[in-house]
Design a protein. Sequence first.
Length: 301
Amino acid sequence: MPPSVTIVIPTYNRAQCIAQAVDAALGQSHADTHVLVVDDASTDATPSVLAGYADHARVSCLRLGRNVGTAQAKNVGIALSRSEAVTFHDSDDIPHRDKVLRQVRALTRHDVEAHPCLNWSLAGQRPGTRLQVGAVLTHHELILPDGARVEIRRSLSLVDDFFPNLQMSAGVPGDWTHVNSGLFHRSVFDRLGGFADCIEEDREFRNRLIMAGEIIWLIPEILLTKIETADSLTLAQATDYDSPRRRSDRDRVWGTVQHWLATREVAPVPIDLSGVEIAALTNPGPLAIPSELLPRPEAAA
């Protein structure tokens, strides 16, 4: 049987577009999908919008008691999902209706082998062995605030932190194959943990996938549209590409790459939910929720 998939949608103060994101996730053609919205303690009308999905059998809406950031919100989704595969859609993402289906087909291929013409020893594999695809990525398009559309198809961006000398023909800043919307086999998180606590969490996780020798399948088609707005993390002054916070995070990520180049060691990032508070939750049945994280009746009220 095709694997079950959880579509995790982390969101914060995106009341204007969260319903569109949930509806797009529900409209995926892969039948066995569950949508988990992790509201990172929004202060706008997001809870009111999500209340409209309270009785939907394929949607669970979880509101955190305090803001923990995108990386930890994703980790909550990983930890609570029961599915065999997990993907992440931002609240301003519009996926092609067959995105998850196409990714599932690649994830479950049984004919992927370590061809002897490639140097598989660096990935910890032996030539001729069958390989389990761990992550399936796709190309995407980006709609900029001025309405311009940019197609993101630069596959070499996957190794830009390892081989910057290959990036000289890159287009717009951020011309990177999108890791966040990849479909990940559950075993990848068992081996590598979750997302690191930084705003470069996708970049850091992508590098860990590569360094650990995980099998990454790239579908060379645009199966997702991303919409950048003035309040997107990459455009907001405090978190844009040139902000001190993002530069500091990049230094941390690059330090990890330098450590791997010297030692070939890859440290997992354990998912620690000790500081997470669930303030409200709908449709908990499809989720695996530790009893200590269940909202107290007075909090849920």
